[in-house]
Design a binder for this molecule. Structure first.
Ligand SMILES: C=CC1=C(C)c2cc3[nH]c(cc4nc(cc5[nH]c(cc1n2)c(C)c5CCC(=O)O)C(CCC(=O)O)=C4C)c(C)c3C=C
Ligand SMILES: [Fe+2]
Length: 407
């Protein structure tokens, strides 16, 4: 990877400490990077940099990059707490270098040569199974309690859970895959890969102006995400305890296959009714023809016949915080497209990720409601699941998880 100097800080990349960041988190794959990228400025795209060090890990509030790699690892039986600390120290140092656009190490294989860091982020998470293995069972947070089984789950254990999670995101696929390869090599002798998933989102510059991204069903997805300027954003997304998780978050991951062949044959009005928003621009159906994407959702709105404009089983009704005792989360998913299943249908869908201060006040109640009555569920299969504690960011010279392992 080139050591291209860049003057772009996290502030520049995401368009301003306050307002820009807010647009970014709310704007799906595009977000506030618009202020740093002219749509056709490929050089700027590659040069954009997200610092590794800070109060929170990267890859949570930043807009979803064009390419993501998720990998879970299990510790080898021989790895003790000092081995885990060495792994996290090595991972953090390599991630800091790569996110700055520097070669990961001597003997770099140069896969990502010529590109800048391309908004590379690396995020590390700890699964519930990690703590017993390194003698830290008494420091496992209550928020890491196993997720309940949900009606309709069809989970594959081989593609679920894991001791450690690595999320890599970048706006260049070579940069992302290379970074994951570097991290996987550093795990040799300490941890073994358990599963790997690749995802994608819209490439910055692909649309004529910044827009919320779309998923593989064609819907505008990400509109009603919490935004950093919203009151209570930090309380929704970031944990305050235990001590070593102060400033961290909990990531719920679900590999959700879409039954696209059935979905694609549904008439447009049925597709829109199932979500509760217009497909063309994401405007809520409660708002009438003049509504736009950001028009607030009115769950009580009725048509002249007294029929609810947003159907009783519409996805946005059942997922809304108001329908779930205030439960909320920051969604930051990626599409996947992994070839064909045995019956010829696409193995495609959403790598769903939700970040929250506590899954019991975020994902769990919402998914409990969705799995029992959501019209969209008929077109989805939840095939893999994981929950990881994502510790706070590391200070310069430190490593992610240091407070847990050395505190
Ligand atoms: C348990 C949490 C959720 C799962 C699982 C989930 C899956 C899922 N969602 C879509 C498409 C859309 N979701 C939208 C909104 C939305 N979804 C959730 C939660 C889960 N979704 C929430 C909390 C919300 C916001 C609700 C609100 O307050 O209005 C939308 C609308 C646009 C938006 O706001 O993002 C779409 C479209 C798919 C395709 C999917 C599984 C594959
Ligand atoms: Fe949703």
């Amino acid at each position: 990877m080139s050591a291209r100097p860049t003057g772009l800080s996290r502030r520049a990349v995401i368009g301003g400490a306050g307002a820009g960041l807010a647009v970014g988190a709310a704007g799906g794959a595009w977000g506030g990077r618009a202020s740093a990228h002219a749509p056709t400025d490929r050089g700027t795209l590659g040069a954009a940099r997200v610092p590794f060090h800070g109060p929170h890990q990267g890859g949570i509030v930043e807009p979803a990059q064009a390419r993501a790699e998720w990998a879970a690892f299990d510790l080898l039986a021989s790895t003790r707490r000092d081995g885990l600390a060495a792994l996290l120290r090595g991972w953090s140092a390599a991630a800091a270098r790569m996110t700055a656009g520097e070669p990961a190490a001597e003997g770099e294989n140069q896969v990502a040569l010529d590109a800048g860091p391309s908004s590379l982020t690396v995020t590390f998470g700890f699964g519930a199974s990690l703590f017993d293995k390194v003698g830290l069972a008494d420091r496992r947070p209550e928020a890491l309690a196993a997720l309940p089984a949900f009606p309709g789950d069809a989970l594959d254990p081989a593609r679920s859970d894991g001791d450690l999670w690595v999320q890599v995101g970048a706006d260049d696929a070579l940069v992302a895959v290379h970074a994951l390869r570097v991290l996987a090599r550093l795990a040799t002798g300490l941890a073994a890969p358990r599963w790997l998933m690749s995802g994608f989102a819209r490439t910055p510059g692909a649309t004529p102006h910044p827009m919320t991204g779309r998923n593989l069903m064609g819907q505008v997805d990400g509109t009603n995400n919490p935004r950093p300027q919203d009151p209570g954003f930090a309380a929704t997304v970031f944990a305050t305890g235990p001590d070593w998780m102060d400033g961290g978050s909990y990531a719920v991951l679900r590999r959700i296959r879409m039954l696209l062949e059935g979905w694609d044959t549904l008439p447009l009005d049925k597709q829109e009714r199932i979500i509760g928003r217009r497909k063309s621009d994401g405007a809520p159906l409660s708002g009438g023809p003049d509504a736009v994407e950001r028009t607030p959702v009115d769950l009580a709105a009725t048509d002249p016949d007294g029929v609810l404009r947003i159907a009783p089983d519409a996805h946005v009704r059942l997922a809304a915080a108001d329908s779930n005792g205030g439960a909320a989360m920051l969604r930051r998913g990626f599409s996947f497209h992994d070839g064909l299943l045995a019956d010829g249908s696409p193995d495609a869908g959403l790598l769903f990720a939700a970040y929250q201060a506590d899954p019991a006040r975020g994902f769990v109640p919402v998914q409990q409601r969705l799995s029992r009555g959501d019209g969209l569920s008929r077109y989805l299969r939840h095939e893999a699941s994981a929950l990881f504690a994502v510790p706070p960011g590391a200070p310069a010279g430190g490593y992610v998880g240091q407070q847990l392992l050395e505190g």
